[in-house]
Design a protein around this ligand. Structure first.
Ligand code: PEP
Ligand code: MG
Length: 757
């Protein structure tokens, strides 16, 4: 029996000659329908191409020649139109029995009963249809269909090169790729944005489909497979993928596919049939996609997405198109789409043009989300339904207030959106006008509202938002955006700029907190020492104390930058009091060293610790007397209290910051520290949300360090709150927790004219 490979190869060999000839495009199409018709022993073979938005009969063997360039149909009309619209193959023994059948008398096709057609696809869109017909009612066998699909790939190259079809932007696509679509996800950063879709990992353009040298193509695929397997194995040994949960599942699936013999065999067969390595990978992926469309199983669909990811990775390797969209730069207002991103990857984008981010995964306290929040860029996560529904360049509206994305919106929707944009700007102006208004509660208590920052670009927000200072400066962001470890001079320069910008306002510098989801490519632990749980692993102060060269350099940079001022230093992830002592000792030694060298020293150094590991809460009576201040990092604290990985999207919505467990824990910590009079600030994301901030005020917290965009809303909230009243209410709720703390707080807020988030 003839195999699909042999059938396709036989056709491709003949097509190769046709394509290499000097004939014009129309002549080539005429020859192609003859070759395919003859090789597949088919009475009719026709090519329809998209021109001026209609599918037009361009060449035929078997139908009336007078119908060529006369028969035209809309995408979605008749069998040919249906194939184009759905980007799907049809194989029918009796064409007229199909509900979408439409009869075009000028073609003379009434004699033909059986029909098979495949879409000619370019960049995931149908640009035409290749079909065969027979007088006798019969279904075409698998071998013939596969040969047709392979030929359709070659045709797509020919017709694009000959400019026979509509320009890219005029092309239609599948039903899911045209018209308006509204997709819902999870709001990770609020706000509105509009821009065009840009994929973080762009689609690969396949330039050549037919191979010159099959053996060379086979070698290219072998090498690409090797490289891809190496990458996957390396990912497995990297901290960011070893954290269990979804990442691990994904990785296991990746591995399974990467080493799957069936997959590489199918690609090899496609190469045997005469395709280039790129076309073979794409061909196999197309076939998988078509098969999967018929299976309605969300779990399997997820796995197929993984295979799609991997297939794209293989394509990128084989074609050498390795960069992300950041490499080529954003051309205009853009909405970035990615499965997931690291904070450093996000920071590679041009901040002026990056208007919004859509993640297929993502969670509220993942660092990439914190960075986006600091950049004022709305983010919607958990958008799996986005797959296959958005194309590069599509217009998108992000509604980060509702967690909704509108794809290809109608003009009326854009207008409504613009109106909301204007309203938002008004609100923003209202908050900006409040920048000099002090956050004093109704009963006259001054609350400190500070800002979280991490980049030089954040500094203007200090004055714009009217913050009392910087309560958390994440120094590791400078490390994350650098290709190599930032030299001491560069660190000093940044810290000096930050202090300059802050003027009289205090700045709390947190020493580097790397590890967990903040991975530095140039600072790995020893090869082979992969961590099962990086968030609970070698990170933050643990790294800094072990590699104290890093901390020494940072200590010197901070001390020198703060010459003549007060330096506030804070250590992350302190778990036991001795770690604080050890870190402080590193600073004190640097201070002595610089004193001997007669450098200008800070007027004072205030040392603080972060409370983010629950164990420390049990030792606050020991540590507090040694501290100048304590800062509660609720992002990490809640992940450890709930044993719920903060970057695992499956857990993103599971636990609430307003749960009695968290609130009771925080109250105990506040009470443990109170006798020592130590300043307590909350610097986790929690403090920037209205109801959460209200709860924190109710617990006796009077200092919040929050994302810049939240400063206006939180100041406004403070001015509406009677602290005595909320504290009394909170004491009651914690003694006898209501069934739904969030709802209870929302009711209290409404009664006091306070907006909930
Ligand atoms: C925290 O954990 O709450 C915190 C503020 O630090 P980061 O988010 O940088 O881990
Ligand atoms: Mg933390």
């Amino acid at each position: 029996m003839i195999t699909a490979v042999a059938a396709a190869r036989a056709i491709l060999t003949s097509l190769h000659e046709v394509m290499a000839s000097r004939a014009g495009a129309q002549a080539k199409l005429n020859q192609i329908v003859d070759v395919i018709g003859a090789k597949l022993d088919s009475e009719v073979c026709s090519i329809y191409l998209l021109r001026e938005g209609m599918l037009e009969l361009f060449a035929t063997r078997g139908l009336n020649q007078t119908a060529v360039h006369v028969t035209r149909m809309a995408v979605g009309e008749g069998l040919v139109g249906t194939i184009a619209a759905n980007v799907e193959t049809l194989n029918l023994a009796e064409a007229a029995a199909h509900p979408d059948f439409a009869f075009f008398p000028e073609t003379g096709e009434e004699r033909f009963h059986s029909f098979a057609g495949v879409p000619i696809v370019r960049r995931a869109r149908s640009v035409g249809v290749l079909c065969v017909q027979h007088a006798e009612p019969r279904r075409y066998d698998e071998v013939e269909i596969e040969a047709l699909q392979t030929v359709a790939m070659v045709l797509s190259e020919l017709i694009a090169n000959a400019e026979l079809i509509d320009a890219e932007d005029a092309l239609g696509g599948g039903p899911q790729m045209t018209g308006h679509a509204r997709i819902t996800g999870l709001t990770l950063v609020k706000g509105l944005a509009s821009g065009v879709a840009v994929f973080h990992q762009p689609r690969i353009t396949i330039e050549h489909v037919v191979a010159e040298d099959t053996e060379a193509e086979r070698q290219r695929v072998y090498l690409a497979f090797d490289k891809m397997r190496e990458q996957i194995d390396r990912m497995a040994s990297q901290a960011e993928f070893g954290s269990g949960g979804e990442h691990e599942e994904v990785l296991q699936t990746y591995r399974m596919f990467a080493y799957d013999e069936g997959w590489s065999r199918r690609i090899n067969e496609a190469i045997d049939s005469g395709l280039t390595a790129e076309a073979a990978i794409e061909r196999v992926q197309q076939r998988t996609r078509m098969r999967m469309r018929q299976i309605d199983d969300p779990l399997l669909a997820d796995r197929m997405h993984d295979l799609e990811d991997l297939s794209n990775r293989l394509l990128r390797i084989v074609s050498g198109q390795l960069g992300t969209a950041a490499t080529s730069g954003l051309k205009g207002d853009a909405i970035l789409i990615a499965r997931n991103l690291g904070p450093a990857e996000l920071l590679e984008y041009d901040r002026r043009r990056l208007k919004g981010v859509i993640l297929e995964e993502g969670s509220l306290t993942a660092h990439v989300v914190i960075v986006a929040r600091a950049m004022g860029v709305p983010v919607i996560g958990r958008m799996r339904a986005l797959r296959g529904r958005v194309r590069e360049g599509d217009q998108l509206l992000i509604d980060g207030d509702q967690g909704v994305v509108d794809v290809r919106p109608a003009p009326s929707l854009i207008e409504a959106f613009e109106a909301r944009f204007a309203k938002n700007r008004e609100r923003q102006a209202h908050y900006t006008a409040m920048r000099d208004v002090e956050p004093i509660s109704r009963d006259g208590q001054r609350i400190a509202v500070l800002m979280n920052a991490g980049l030089r670009d954040d500094l203007p927000m200090l004055s714009l938002a009217g913050a009392d200072g910087i309560g958390l400066f994440r120094t590791e962001f400078q490390f994350l955006v650098s290709a190599t470890l930032p030299a001491r001079e560069r660190q000093t320069r940044l810290y000096r700029d930050v202090l300059e910008a802050a003027g009289d306002r205090p700045v709390v510098f947190r020493t580097v907190d790397i590890g967990g989801d903040k991975v530095l490519p140039y600072l790995r632990h020893n090869e082979g020492e992969a961590e099962e749980n990086p968030a609970m692993g070698w990170r933050a102060l643990r790294v800094a104390l072990e590699r104290d060269g890093l901390l020494k350099v940072q200590a010197r940079a901070l001390i020198e930058a703060a010459g003549g001022r007060t330096l506030n230093v804070m250590f992350p992830m302190v778990t036991e009091p001795w770690e604080f002592d050890a870190a402080k000792a590193v600073f004190e030694r640097q201070l002595t060293f610089l004193r001997l060298r007669k450098r200008l020293l800070p007027e004072a150094i205030r040392y603080g610790a972060m409370l983010e590991v629950p164990a420390l809460a049990e030792c606050l009576d020991i540590l507090a007397p040694r501290l100048s201040f304590l800062s509660i990092g609720t992002n990490d604290l809640t992940q450890f209290l709930f044993a719920a990985d903060r970057s695992n999207p499956k857990l993103a919505e599971r636990y609430d910051w307003l749960s009695p467990a968290i609130l009771r824990f925080l109250r105990r910590a506040v009470e443990a520290v109170r006798p020592f009079g130590t300043d307590i600030t909350v610097c986790g994301e929690m403090g920037g949300r209205r109801l959460e901030a209200l709860a924190l005020l109710g617990l006796g917290i009077t200092r919040l360090s929050i994302t810049p965009a939240a400063i206006g809303p939180i100041k406004e909230l403070v001015r509406k709150v009677d602290l005595v009243a909320i504290r009394a209410a909170m004491a009651g709720w914690l003694a006898d927790p209501p069934h739904d703390m969030r709802a209870t707080l929302a009711v209290w807020a409404a009664e006091h004219d306070i907006e909930s988030d």
